[in-house]
Design a protein around this ligand. Structure first.
Ligand code: AMP
Length: 284
């Protein structure tokens, strides 16, 4: 595995790989790798012949006061994990090369960027879409892989790729969880022991909503939301920021449960903010 820090070198390697007839699979990350990230690498290996992973803690997707400064960073550990999982190129650019003096362009995916996470974290998805567009241009992959864990991000990237006619396939991979249901996240390391013990209530709430839908007990989004609020309220350490029942493609609230139903939520456990979601397919 080669660790690349310079953008020009990344372009050269990508051009050479394409000229050799390789199919490039790309996994963008912010590092602090866990098995969720590595599951994307494993899927990328099935879909391509050369896997590129990027590790870049993107400053523009953090608002002032968020955890940019303390976000976990350990490139040596990330390199070992990425290599063991079968990554061929680890692209870890420096912020000053990604955002040189005078940088002034942004990608805004209007509509889905202002609801849910976008409402809680203004400017977040503008930062995400811009950096993903830049990384896709730089790495020039055939396929790029993202996790369902960040469901809204997946919707926004698909929309950006479609709207800007980017020539890349987007693959969304299932959320990897701990055995107690907690979705793997680089931010789980912030949780104290009591918070860690309480955190799986989020997935329990989502599962409760899912079984109410699947067993056809419940078709009213408001009552699904009440079930979720009730479940989470049983854990005093967990404070629900939002939960919603939305269309999986448009992210608009559903009046009736049907089609691809996405139930995203965000919660605070002390100073830590976690998100999770579940996607339920409902036959009409
Ligand atoms: P991040 O480093 O948090 O920006 O995540 C990089 C990629 O890994 C994104 O596409 C995430 O959606 C994905 N990812 C993060 N956590 C998980 C997880 N638990 N399961 C599957 N994919 C994940």
């Amino acid at each position: 595995m080669e660790v690349v820090t310079r953008a020009q070198r990344m372009t050269l390697l990508s051009r050479e790989a394409r000229a050799r007839g390789e199919r490039i699979g790309f996994v963008p990350t912010m590092g602090a790798l866990h098995d969720g990230h590595l599951s994307l690498v494993r899927r990328a290996r099935q879909m391509s012949t050369l896997v590129v992973m990027s590790v870049f803690v993107n400053p523009t997707q953090f608002a002032p006061g968020e955890d940019f400064a303390r976000y976990p960073r350990d490139l040596a550990r990330d390199s070992d994990l990425a290599r063991e999982a079968g990554t061929a190129i680890l692209y870890a650019p420096e912020a000053r090369e990604v955002y040189p003096a005078g940088f002034g362009t942004a990608v805004t995916v209007e509509g889905p960027d202002s609801v849910l996470e976008g409402a809680s974290r203004p400017g977040h998805f503008r930062g995400v879409a811009t950096v993903v567009a830049k990384l896709l241009n730089r790495v020039n992959p055939h396929v790029a892989l993202f996790g369902q864990k960040d469901a809204q991000q997946a919707v926004i990237i698909r929309r950006m790729v479609r709207d800007l006619e980017m020539d890349v396939e987007i693959e969304i991979c299932p959320t990897v969880r701990e055995s107690d249901g907690l979705a793997l996240s680089s931010r789980n390391v912030y949780l104290g022991p009591e918070e860690r013990r309480a955190a799986p209530v989020l997935y329990r709430a989502l599962r409760r909503a899912e079984s109410a839908i699947v067993s056809e007990e419940e078709r009213d989004p408001e009552r699904i939301l009440s079930l979720i609020r009730e479940t989470v309220a049983a854990e005093p350490l967990v404070s629900l920021e939002y939960a919603a029942v939305v269309d999986g493609e448009t992210l608009q609230p559903l009046e009736r449960i049907r089609g691809g139903v996405l139930i995203p939520l965000a919660a605070r456990l002390g100073a830590t903010r976690l998100i999770d979601n579940i996607l339920v397919k409902v036959e009409e």
